[in-house]
Ligand binder design. Structure first.
Ligand code: ADP
Ligand code: MG
Length: 167
């Protein structure tokens, strides 16, 4: 089930613990300017992934879903991380009006759930994860396709494969 090309990695995630472990493998590869997009239906695990990533980066507080606030920010030791959720955007104009562009890119790290709701004007991400449900209804199984958009993202793909430890 797991397969890799140079810019794409597909992994089977049997349960939420596997999704959290994937986030922990990505964490060391994040650096100022890193842009991560998370796509997938409601409940696919985008926020679960982000929460585990923040824990791994040393954040001990509450990680709220930004589905209502659109944006949560975290001051971490190495950078500030912005966690966006654009589910409530209706059009590209909502994204343009929100004025979030300046938060995406160096010196921050940006994680965006529902990037497709912002229309076509978001920057190319270093990494884009597509989470989808696998197995029967109610199953915890997910499939994740990780697509690298930059050299930095390609380096991270290696770390996401279960046998490697870090970017
Ligand atoms: P999203 O942000 O994509 O809408 P959430 O992360 O908020 O989704 O919710 C995912 C829910 O599904 C959580 O309750 C989580 O515990 C559960 N879950 C079950 N299996 C998995 C899995 N393999 N990966 C991620 N979450 C899972
Ligand atoms: Mg979410």
């Amino acid at each position: 089930m797991n397969r890799a090309r140079s810019d794409t990695l597909v992994l089977h995630l049997p349960d939420a613990l596997a999704t959290e472990a994937l986030a922990r493998r990505l964490a060391p590869g994040l650096a100022p300017g890193f842009v991560l997009y998370l796509s997938g239906d409601l409940g696919a695990g985008k926020t679960t992934f982000t929460r585990a990533l923040l824990r791994s980066l040393g954040f001990g507080g509450r990680v709220k879903s930004p589905s209502f606030s659109l944006l949560e920010s975290y001051d971490l030791s190495r950078f500030r991380l912005y966690h966006f959720d654009f589910y409530r955007f209706d059009s590209e104009q909502d994204w343009l009006d929100a004025g979030f562009e300046e938060f995406i890119g160096a010196p921050n790290v940006a994680i965006v759930e529902w990037p497709e709701r912002a229309g076509g004007t978001l920057p190319t991400p270093d990494l884009h994860l597509f989470l989808r449900f696998a197995g029967d209804t109610g199953s915890e199984a997910r499939i994740v396709e990780a697509v690298a958009g930059t050299d930095r993202g390609r380096a991270c793909l290696k770390a996401l494969a279960p046998t490697d430890e870090r970017c």
